[in-house]
Design a protein around this ligand. Structure first.
Ligand SMILES: C[S@@+](CC[C@H](N)C(=O)[O-])C[C@H]1O[C@@H](n2cnc3c(N)ncnc32)[C@H](O)[C@@H]1O
Length: 138
């Protein structure tokens, strides 16, 4: 997802505790050489992230299998933050409740979820298509 953010000119927020090590050193050790090309904002907690987001006035758009609204039917706006949950557990109820919108990538019945990076790519692609953001960022 960080590689996608680098290539498409998107900023990435990481909210701790994350389900993976989040230091630049760990990313580099994992061969993530794109890390220097992404504006990564790290937040020490959910509360810290929410405080920063509210200062910016950005909408929080939660990607979840627990929503009715298809991502293609949602009207994205520049500045929206798309929040994705942990690969293992999704997001807690508190985070679900705090979102301004909840969207889903419709799936066949009986299957659990997409891989988080696949869901992110589909949703970000649609958001950029709608907002004209493809290729506009330096
Ligand atoms: C592997 S899923 C999490 C699965 C977890 N067991 C759960 O019950 O939420 C990781 C993240 O990918 C995103 N995701 C996966 N499939 C999705 C879908 N069909 N629609 C929207 N988001 C999805 C969500 O943000 C989810 O929190």
């Amino acid at each position: 997802m960080l590689r996608m953010a680098a290539c498409l000119g998107l900023a990435a927020d990481i909210i701790e505790p994350a389900g993976f090590p989040v230091s630049d050193r760990h990313f580099r050790r994992a061969g993530m050489d794109y890390v220097d090309h992404v504006a990564i904002r790290r937040h020490v907690s959910w509360a810290a992230f929410e405080a920063a987001r509210k200062l910016e006035g950005a909408r929080l758009v939660l990607a979840t299998t627990g929503a009715e609204l298809a991502y293609t039917d949602f009207a994205f706006a520049p500045g929206d933050i798309v929040l994705l949950g942990r690969e293992s557990a999704g997001v807690p109820a508190e985070v679900h409740a705090a979102a301004d919108a909840r969207i889903t990538v419709p799936m066949r019945p009986g299957l659990r979820s997409l891989n988080v990076a696949v869901a992110a790519a589909m949703i970000v692609g649609e958001a950029l298509r709608q907002t004209g953001g493809f290729g506009l960022s330096a």
